[in-house]
Write a protein that binds this ligand. Structure first.
Ligand code: 6R9
Length: 656
């Protein structure tokens, strides 16, 4: 066997046999079908996977490219597809969600109950004045209410924008303002890792910052029951809003292109982008990829550990599994509470069959398991598991092998799914009953997705040569635009360099010379991936310089980190003399706290280095490549002859 072959994990015959996409021939046949008749392929699947109130007559409309439209004259409702349709199919008493709270209490809801809860919430939203086309911001932790809130918005044609509960008041404010939302759904608190953290108080703070004058109402779910301030006329307890509401709400039939949600993500400039998704095309890909990538069957117990504040939680918690009528876990807490065996215990308790998590979680659990046998997966019965998934960042082969052996017992295929907020669902991923796996590679495009690796001119490079990852054809669940900024959408994703013909993912990739398998080599723009969270370096830089009493100038780069994938390193020039020792430590803490307030704790730099200046070329450009070497504690090998002030390199050697 060659080097490459020895690393291949072919799917076991019993996995292939029962799979929805069974064997490589079946995969190839789908790829060929899409190639032969692209629109025919997507049209067929759209009819199979989505229930339309009014059928579409045209699959793809490219007349205003790159603002593509899919199934444009079709009408549907996403919540009808996720709830009513399952009840009508006789699944009313099937468990839709198994919710496990931080403290371990378990609540289950059936499809019938989730439909009723969603309908009452939808009626409550209407009673508060929310109409089709309005935006609703959701700032809440992992909960049945969170899922129901998203579904309720979809039901009445309101566009939801979920803001991750770890974002600060400032970030929340920026998003509320950008969406022009009318109403916010939040909770009094969130509970994570045994700690009670504020949500409502942060909403109050965000609204007090100004710019959110369009907000009329704030609906507050009771989670902690502790006292929170309520502003008369604006804030309403969810229980009061729900009281007396009917348990059925007629779905609002919307056009396929109607914006289902906006989700903010980081780009290479300072301002987060409001990624706009459609209803029809998005729902199709959510359902389709959930079924094929996870080979999901009716008796599966599916668990995606992502937060609904991120796209993974949208597609693989709120929409995909429910559209298929599956049973899924929603988990409020964190993987390390009460101990680092929490995931394994939950898999054991709920007999989870398909488990989807992030490499950063796996890496931190490996560390914990290695030093404490009690939290090692082998101390739990994980025999229910059938398929494992990974998402958010590259999974390093060592973590892959551990996940495969210790969590999957050597028998569960791992689907390493590459995709983005902008793509709506999986783009490059193995299919468990078809694709032979290679640790560290996301393998091959999902059938119908035409991914390629190109050079700067847009020409495909030979296999074995690294380049820029692009998608050659539009696909149903693609980003429709950046909310309020169509020009930025075009520039970011369909750049002139590629004559506006190729979707630019923002990642580098290389295809294996023999198999053509894709390996993602990381972002090619100024976006960092820390624990699977996307952050723009510019965003963090602006947060730093907004600390005007302290900071004169700042530059942020990433460096590799064993646990979090990448770590944030900030280089800072202060408005006062360069500090050292305890003073530097104290200022570093002050800056981290400032960033936590501006963006959220996830954006706190791991290293802060102080200099009298930043290394710049004579024309005044910050030498970021050089900063990356410094951040890695590497010897600087770059040419520093153009450096304005070589002495500062030494100053930057110390990280706080
Ligand atoms: C779903 C999600 C997108 C960026 C993406 C890439 C990285 C995601 C990956 C992966 C390697 C994988 N990424 N999955 N890199 N292998 N399987 O994570 O969306 O938060 O928008 O991040 O994450 O760099 O461009 P999002």
């Amino acid at each position: 066997m060659s080097e490459v072959d020895s690393k291949l994990y072919a799917p076991a015959p019993e996995v292939v046999q029962n799979a929805h996409v069974s064997g490589m021939e079946a995969y190839q046949a789908l790829v060929a079908e899409a190639e032969a008749d692209y629109e025919g392929y997507w049209g067929r699947l759209a009819r199979e996977f989505v229930s339309w109130q009014q059928p579409f007559t045209q699959v793809l409309d490219s007349s205003n490219a790159p603002f593509f439209k899919w199934f444009a004259d079709g009408k549907l409702n996403a919540s009808y597809n996720c709830l009513d349709r399952n009840v009508e199919a006789g699944k009313g008493d099937k468990t839709a969600i198994i919710f496990e709270a931080d403290g371990g209490e378990v609540t289950k809801v059936t499809y019938k109950e989730l439909l009723e809860r969603t309908c009452r919430l939808a009626n409550a939203l209407k009673a508060q004045g929310v109409k089709k086309g309005d935006r609703v911001v959701i700032y809440i932790a992992m909960s049945i209410d969170g899922v129901a809130a998203m579904q309720a918005c979809a039901r009445i044609g309101a566009t939801h924008s979920v803001v991750f509960g770890g974002f600060s008041a400032q970030s929340l404010r920026d998003r509320i303002e950008d969406t022009g939302a009318k109403l916010i759904i939040t909770a009094d608190h969130q509970v994570r890792g045994g700690k009670q953290l504020p949500l409502k108080a942060i909403v109050d703070e965000a609204l007090a910052l100004g710019g959110c004058e369009k907000i009329e109402k704030v609906l507050v779910v009771k989670r902690s029951g502790a006292d929170v301030a309520m502003t008369a006329g604006r804030d309403v307890w969810m229980d009061d809003a729900l009281a007396g509401q009917d348990s059925f709400c007629e779905p609002e039939w919307v056009e396929a292109e109607h914006p289902l949600f906006l989700l903010y993500t980081s780009g290479s400039t300072g301002k987060p982008k409001g990624v706009q998704h459609s209803t029809g095309g998005y729902l199709l890909h959510a359902a389709l990829t959930t079924k094929w990538t996870f080979d999901l069957k009716d008796n599966d117990v599916f668990w995606c550990t992502a937060d609904i504040g991120w796209v993974t939680g949208h597609t693989y918690i709120t929409y995909g599994p429910l559209a298929l009528g599956a049973t899924e876990i929603v988990f409020e807490g964190v993987p390390t509470y009460p101990d680092a065996g929490r995931f394994w215990k939950m898999i054991q308790d709920h007999k989870v069959t398909v488990f989807y998590t992030a490499p950063t979680a796996i890496r931190s659990l490996i560390k914990a398991a290695e030093s404490n046998e009690a939290v090692h997966p082998k101390s739990y019965d994980l025999s229910s598991l059938r398929i494992l998934g990974s998402v958010g960042e590259p999974i390093n082969p060592a973590a892959w092998e551990w996940y495969h052996q210790h969590v999957g017992g050597g028998r569960c295929p791992i689907v390493d799914t590459f995709w983005q907020t902008e793509t709506g669902g999986h783009m490059i991923t193995p299919l468990p009953g078809a694709t032979p796996l290679v640790p560290g590679s996301c393998t091959l495009p999902f059938p119908g997705i035409q991914a390629a690796v190109v050079d700067e001119t847009g020409k495909e490079v030979p296999w074995g040569q690294g380049g820029i990852l692009v998608v050659k054809k539009p696909w149903p669940s693609m980003i429709r635009t950046i909310w309020g900024d169509p020009e930025r959408f075009k520039k970011s994703y369909y750049p002139e360099d590629f004559k506006g013909q190729l979707y630019l993912a923002g990642d580098g990739a290389i295809r294996d010379a023999k198999t053509g398998y894709f390996t993602i080599t990381g972002r090619i723009d100024d976006v960092l991936n820390v624990s699977g969270h996307r952050m723009g370096t510019m965003e963090i830089e602006s947060a730093l310089v907004s600390c005007t009493e302290l900071v004169a100038e700042a530059a942020v780069v990433g460096r590799p980190d064993e646990t979090t994938g990448e770590a944030i390193c900030a280089f800072v020039v202060l408005k006062r003399p360069r500090p050292s020792g305890d003073e530097a430590k104290a200022i570093a803490k002050q800056l981290r706290d400032h960033i936590a307030r501006e963006i959220g704790p996830i954006a706190k730099p791991k290293d802060i280095r102080f200099g009298d200046n930043l290394p710049k070329t004579r024309s005044g450009k910050i030498m970021r490549r050089l900063l990356r070497s410094v951040a890695k504690n590497e010897a600087v090998t770059q040419d520093t002859s153009t450096l304005e002030n070589p002495a500062i390199l030494e100053q930057l050697g110390q990280a706080y």
